[in-house]
Design a protein around this ligand. Structure first.
Ligand SMILES: NC(=O)c1ccc[n+]([C@@H]2O[C@H](COP(=O)([O-])OP(=O)(O)OC[C@H]3O[C@@H](n4cnc5c(N)ncnc54)[C@H](O)[C@@H]3O)[C@@H](O)[C@H]2O)c1
Length: 265
């Protein structure tokens, strides 16, 4: 049985950082399509979104791409209008985009980088929701899933903008859930832990000048289940939250972290 049969899903950040493994947004878009959804693939990097489209169509799925920068309100407005023009409605809005570049802690972070991280990680999802919600309300329901991070609740030494923007995204998610429950719209957040994606591995090894294999081993050791997760683990959680199996779940911050957050108690 296809769990998203006949659904129209927008995945924002459906391309990915280049690298050896699949990214969270791409894996989620592919998973949604495998479960019967038609997926609108939004990304600032159109070529990368097109690679995701090729992967989906190569498996017989349905998808199209659109170039969108979620820090621009006009782009978010156009994203929703395009989805309605192409497909007539929006069932799922999956906000995957998140960045952390140049986050150097309280004393080291430049204001321009702090502001950029907040614009992408918090204001971007706010704007996509702002423009998708009227359509979802008119349709009588919908699902919003925001990709946060375990860093929002756990120790994240040296990070300030990333951690606080994701904590604010959690709060935004709960606000969305409560304000839209009466319209049949659910809103949840996924809090990935240490995931073996190019954004994390290639990104951090380049930024910190750490050997890739050493970084992988170091991250694996921090996970109670013994190994980092993959983007497919995040995608599986996204599929569950988007599906009717989660029809009584809203306002939840779902950790997908191999047990890391259980250490908080
Ligand atoms: N990998 C991990 O270990 C980990 C852990 C915790 C949370 N996360 C979260 O997972 C999400 C990203 O995962 P991913 O693997 O898909 O990352 P990714 O970097 O591979 O993909 C993100 C995509 O977002 C796009 N993007 C960036 N800025 C944009 C903008 N302003 N407008 C539109 N598109 C934009 C990029 O072009 C890219 O294709 C983020 O929210 C991140 O915080 C990841």
């Amino acid at each position: 049985m296809h769990r998203l049969q006949n659904n129209i899903a927008i995945v924002v950040g459906a391309g990915q950082t280049p690298g050896a493994t699949v990214g969270n947004g791409r894996a989620t878009a592919i998973t949604f399509a495998r479960e019967g959804a038609t997926v609108l693939l939004a990304d600032r990097d159109l070529a990368s979104a097109e690679e995701t489209r090729a992967a989906i169509e190569g498996e017989g799925g349905r998808a199209s791409s659109i170039e969108v920068d979620i820090t621009r309100e006009d782009d978010c407005r156009r994203l929703v209008a395009t989805c309605l023009e192409r497909y007539g409605r929006i069932d799922v809005l999956h906000n995957n985009v998140g960045i952390g570049a140049h986050d150097a802690g309280v004393t080291g972070t430049e204001v321009e980088h702090f502001e950029r991280i907040f614009r992408v990680n918090l204001e971007g999802p706010l704007l996509t929701c702002k423009h998708a919600l009227p359509a979802m309300r008119a349709e009588g329901g919908g699902v919003i899933t925001n990709v946060s991070s375990i860093a929002s609740v756990a120790a994240a030494t040296g990070l300030v903008a990333y951690k606080t923007s994701k904590a604010a995204l959690n709060a935004l998610t709960q606000t969305l859930a409560l304000a839209n429950a009466r319209y049949g719209i659910r809103a949840n957040a996924i809090l990935p832990g240490l995931i073996n994606t190019p954004m994390a591995i290639e990104g951090i090894s380049a930024a910190r000048g750490v050997d890739r294999e050493q970084l992988i081993a170091q991250r694996d050791r921090q996970v109670p289940l013994g190994k980092m997760g993959t983007a497919w683990d995040v995608a599986a959680a996204a599929l569950f939250l988007a599906s009717d199996e989660a029809k009584f779940i809203t306002g939840v911050l779902l950790a997908v972290d191999g047990g890391q957050s259980a250490r908080i108690g």
